[in-house]
Design a protein around this ligand. Sequence first.
Ligand code: GLU
Length: 449
Amino acid sequence: MTPQLDPQLESIYQQVIQRNPGESEFHQAVLEVFGSLGQVVKKHPDVLENKIIERICEPERQIIFRVPWQDDKGEVHINRGFRVEFNSALGPYKGGLRFHPSVYLSVIKFLGFEQIFKNALTGMPIGGGKGGSDFDPKGRSDSEVMRFCQSFMTELYRHLGEYTDVPAGDIGVGGREIGYLFGQYKRITNRYESAVLTGKGLDWGGSLVRKEATGYGLVFFVEEMLKVEGQSFDGKKCLVSGSGNVAIYAIEKVHQLGGKVVACSDSAGTIYDQNGLDLDLLKEIKEVQRARLSVYADTHKGATYSEGGNIWDIPCDIALPSATQNELGEADATELVKNGCKIVGEGANMPTTPEATRVFQMANVAFAPGKAANAGGVATSALEMQQNASRDAWSFEHTEERLAEIMSHIHRNTFETAEEFGTPGNYINGANIAGFLKVARAMEAFGVV
Ligand code: GLU
């Protein structure tokens, strides 16, 4: 069931489908934003007259390139590289790189589109972009990953720059990959241009808290939602899907704030530990050994691992989907509601399907969309750029405080915008409208460019 759109928005949406055939994830992300813009076009007809919406849906530049590399046995592999430079109204293109076999143009475009509004919500001077490759790092040695990254950067470097386009990590791209990418960029350009990539190592221009930022930021945002109801994380039972960087640091912050995360997952199965997950063990498995989650139950007898199990069947107060797009469907949402879940905060990008989102809204579950709730990662990337620009390095405490302030500001902005546009409590509308208007105002100021 497609939601009813304003007729003018409907016709723009049909154009988007026609111009971008087969890109279902991109269509989904566009439709989600359009669903919030009905009141906006009534109140601000200029955005239609100036064709701001059509312009926002068309990336400023899309780069697709061949990435050849050799594995440890000398066999040649060919992957496809992408960088979609979507919108630079507020600053240089900013957004991560994703290395995962599921990557194709539509996935990068949906992520890049989301990134425009997310980055606007942070209040920092960053535009929106995204990139990546269908390269699968799973099971690859460090030297294979290095050769892939070097080949990828050998093409991409010419499009990057501190004032042009600043990539970072996403799924499959962490500190190791950023290191190889930065090393190759530095070698080719003969420039130590720190702010050309974020998520760097702490010894060479990285920022404290960047690794933790998306997960911590998500939990700070949900804490603000709880405060609205006069509540806190204390004693709350939580589920965090995934076990990557976002999930691990969301779990850490929930535990610091007195909540209990009883389950997390990877693509093979789910771990349930009713006493609360052992985070040190989880970090050892995922960050040091790069192993499967099933190892957790081998060493931790109180826990159960279910192969192919569904995390959303476990009763909870708060659910934080932090794995990947469309991981939480209608049946999962129905189960969560039935089991008493009251708050959902998206740590991943677009993890909840449109049908599942509707189930939550009908059941009055407070729902925080990723573009607001997971903006702490990219916001801290912008703080990393600030530190690079001033050749400074801030303390953990100071950086975390800045992150907390930014998340609280995003919460207030989305909450108040939802109210102003007649849908109190609807964080989806709040985030889409506040993000959109900020970008639209800048684009109008620049004229037809
Ligand atoms: N990939 C992250 C995101 O989805 C972070 C991007 C960045 O730090 O530039 O927002």
